[in-house]
Design a protein around this ligand. Structure first.
Ligand SMILES: Cc1cc2nc3c(=O)[nH]c(=O)nc-3n(C[C@H](O)[C@H](O)[C@H](O)COP(=O)(O)O)c2cc1C
Length: 219
């Protein structure tokens, strides 16, 4: 595709087509997790595709960021949870620098939620329980222990997957050493409601010693 046709394609696309969600920050609860639960339930009810898919950004030792999509596994009063391997690129990042950012985008409603915080690895028992609850294909994929490493040929994935399937059939309770379940404890949560006239509403919560401070932001 030429640069020109790419520009034409982009210009033909709409954003904030609506009908968008509405948000009155004056009625927002004291706890951002409560507001997140409300918005999340509304995204599910509105039929947003994969509303539990979130962008997770980490930084390496040089301070260079990487972002990728992960599935939100849970939301508890402590924060957001995701599962991945500790030996992946993001696992190495987090072992050296626990700072992390999460981003949810619910396009049909014109909403995003941004979270900043620190990630911590769950205890061995919780990590094992998470792995054992995964469907078989998820456990097969999680067993190879090579996530983010260079791959010589696609056929290798199939060969190793068959080996992993056999190992799991022989020992269904098998849990790989590097299975990671992470909790993101939030220090900052921002709710963003889009508006077709671009008068977007932004409400940011900042963690304080005893609770949360709330404030509006210019869009
Ligand atoms: C919708 C979607 C959901 C995903 N969920 C996960 C997940 O829960 N855990 C995971 O390790 N990778 C998941 N991935 C793959 C990651 O985006 C990423 O490719 C992988 O974790 C390797 O990232 P890294 O090399 O930066 O560590 C998902 C990808 C998509 C598109």
């Amino acid at each position: 595709m030429s640069a020109e046709s790419m520009r034409d394609l982009l210009r033909g696309l709409t954003v904030f087509a609506g009908p968008l969600g509405t948000f009155d920050p004056g009625t927002a609860p004291e706890d951002p997790l409560e507001l997140f639960r409300t918005w999340f339930a509304e995204a599910v009810a509105a039929g947003v595709n994969e509303p539990h898919a979130m962008t997770v950004a980490t930084v390496d030792t040089e301070g260079v960021p990487s972002a990728r999509i992960l599935i939100m596994k849970d939301l508890t009063p402590e924060g957001w949870w995701f599962a991945t391997t500790t030996t992946s690129a993001k696992g190495h990042d987090l072992a050296r620098n626990a700072n992390v950012a999460l981003l949810f985008f619910w396009g049909p409603q014109g909403r995003q939620v941004r979270v900043r915080g620190r990630a911590e690895l769950a205890d061995a028992e919780s990590r094992a329980a998470d792995f054992r609850h995964r469907p078989l294909e998820g456990r097969v994929a999680g067993l190879h222990g090579r996530q983010s490493e260079p791959l010589a040929a696609l056929s290798e994935v199939h060969r190793v997957a068959e080996e992993s399937r056999e190992r799991l059939t022989a020992d269904p309770d098998l849990v790989p050493e590097d299975w990671g379940l992470y909790l993101v404890r939030p220090s900052e949560v921002e709710f963003w409601q889009g508006d077709p006239d671009r008068r977007h509403t932004r409400l940011r919560y900042d963690r304080e010693d005893t609770g949360w401070r709330r404030g509006l932001l210019w869009p």
